[in-house]
Design a protein around this ligand. Structure first.
Ligand code: ATP
Ligand code: MG
Ligand code: MG
Ligand code: MG
Length: 492
């Protein structure tokens, strides 16, 4: 492409470093250091949390940071920012992505942050201003937070037409790192991939064609454990822009997957699969499932590579458990939809290393380990899948006729003993034209839950190993909150 992703990344870093005196700080590992409130690093600001809170060790280099720029490896597959369910469904949420960011710690504030962002996007990257929308915080009466009119006025001064400035509430324009931690009102820049629309008719910026690219957060508070907001010792700026989304804009692609960050992966997947090539958003309707599989596998193998390189291996709890689910999900898509042979996933690792290894050299260093871990876990999972298939077949052979319901005890054992998510069990039975005795299954689950809550043994965490969705948690009646992964803390 005219402007490769590597250039897009370096233009960003150089703009803030050379033109605006920011210090370039390397990406931290995706495993958060000493922050139990996080499963994975989910934003560029995580490693700077002590500065926001005024708790940076005065002897550390961090204590002297005023203006900083970086490109951070982020994973959003658990905790408050969990995009796992969207990945593959849309073309701009990934489990792993790179966040470009600039920070001011008690140095510049709203005016300079907005004008630098605008100048970078429209002058340096050359994005037409009439494709951009800007949102700002509309205030929230209930929490006593005022509308951020200051920011609205700054954008008006910069020249953003009033019709392209949109006020939104807490959910959209008040950024929070997690259940606790630094937070504040934000202003977000969105790009319209289509253009030519009547801005006044745009009531919601979250359409697939209008994609959020950059978030500028004005850190002013800390969300405390008791949910109150405490004013921070100094006001800071924290921005984050998804590299993949920016690259799609600059390479004039509607989808992140059609950029040079992903196309080599999609090609490699195609070479190993027995299905047609990836067709993206222009594909025929019946190609949807295959396309989604391409996206999921391309996304997940990046995440697996980056996480394993940073020492997060697939395992039984916390971030490790999330990674195990990501691995199993990719294996299923490879085998079941893409009809690719065992070992496919690991053969994609060198492609990831090719794309990202120059910026994140740990990928080069750890490439062999990544390949081994992926292969081991894949083999293990495929063997339990096979065992499960045999179990189902045996039970089917015993059944008199196909109209009979499938024994719940077998379905339950697939789940409990082989760690199959229940929706996978349903799917496998559906493919064979039978269904499970739901009432009996519910009863088995209820008994199991009672047992588990009586004993609080490892049994229930085993049960949870492969829970894939919030829906399933609800079905199981397991206490959980909306962020979907919180139950782990109570069970681990
Ligand atoms: P969205 O509303 O699209 O989910 P967000 O508001 O959750 O994004 P922020 O927390 O504001 O995202 O993060 C800053 C930027 O990081 C976003 O503007 C976007 O460009 C990028 N980003 C966020 N989540 C993802 C993701 N899952 N994959 C790729 N890029 C992302
Ligand atoms: Mg989000
Ligand atoms: Mg958003
Ligand atoms: Mg945002």
């Amino acid at each position: 492409p005219e402007l490769p992703a590597a250039r897009v990344r370096s233009i960003f870093l150089d703009f803030f470093r050379e033109k605006h005196g920011h210090l370039l700080v390397p990406s931290s590992l995706v495993r958060p250091r000493g922050d139990p409130s996080l499963l994975f690093v989910n934003a560029g600001m995580n490693q700077f949390k002590p500065i926001f809170l005024g708790r940076a060790d005065p002897r550390s280099a961090m204590a002297s940071y005023r203006r900083v720029v970086n490109s951070q490896k982020c994973v959003r597959a658990g905790g408050k920012h969990n995009d796992l369910e969207d990945v593959g469904q849309d073309v701009y949420h990934h489990t792993f992505f790179e966040m470009l960011g600039n920070w001011s710690f008690g140095d510049y504030f709203k005016e300079e942050a907005c004008s630098m962002a605008w100048s970078l996007l429209t002058e340096h990257y050359g994005i037409p201003a009439d494709r951009l929308y800007v949102s700002y915080f509309a205030g929230d009466a209930e929490s006593g937070l005022l509308a951020d009119e200051e920011t609205r006025d700054i954008w008006l001064d910069i020249g953003v037409p009033p019709g392209r400035l949109l006020p939104f509430g807490l959910k959209e324009n008040f950024w929070e790192m997690g259940d606790t931690g630094p937070c504040g009102p934000c202003t977000e820049i969105h790009y319209d991939h289509v253009g030519g629309r009547d801005a006044s008719k745009l009531v919601n910026v979250n359409s697939p064609d209008v994609v959020e690219i950059w978030n500028l957060v004005f850190m002013q508070y800390n969300r405390e454990v008791d949910n109150s907001l405490r004013l921070l010792p100094q006001f800071s700026v924290d921005t984050g822009m998804g590299l993949e989304r920016l690259v799609s804009v600059l390479q004039r692609m509607r989808s992140n997957y059609d950029t040079d960050l992903f196309t080599p992966l999609l090609h490699a997947i195609h070479q190993r699969s027995r299905v047609g090539p990836y067709r993206g958003r222009t594909g025929a309707a019946d190609h949807g499932k295959v396309d989604m599989a391409y996206r999921v596998v391309a996304d997940h193998v990046r995440t697996l590579s980056v996480c394993i390189a940073d020492g997060v291996y697939p395992g039984m709890s916390g971030a490790e458990l999330v990674l195990r689910r990501i691995l199993r999900r990719s294996v299923r898509f490879c085998v079941e939809v893409l009809q690719a042979p065992q070992g496919t996933l690991a053969t994609l690792v060198p492609v990831v290393v090719d794309i990202l290894g120059d910026v994140y050299p740990e990928l080069h260093r750890e490439a062999d380990v990544i390949v081994d871990i992926i292969n081991e876990n894949e083999a293990q999972f495929l063997s339990s899948l096979q065992q499960g298939t045999r179990l189902i077949q045996r039970a089917l052979n015993k059944m008199e006729c196909k109209h009979e319901v499938f024994p719940a005890s077998v379905a339950w054992s697939l789940h409990r003993d082989l760690g199959f998510p229940l929706d996978l069990v349903d799917l496998m039975l559906e493919e064979r034209g039978v269904h499970v005795d739901q009432q009996e299954l519910d009863q088995l689950m209820a008994e199991h839950q009672k047992l588990a809550s009586d004993e609080q043994t490892g049994a229930i965490s085993q049960l949870m190993l492969d829970v894939v969705s919030l829906a399933e948690l609800q079905r199981l009646g397991v206490p959980h909150t909306d962020d979907g992964l919180k139950y782990q803390y109570t069970l681990d």
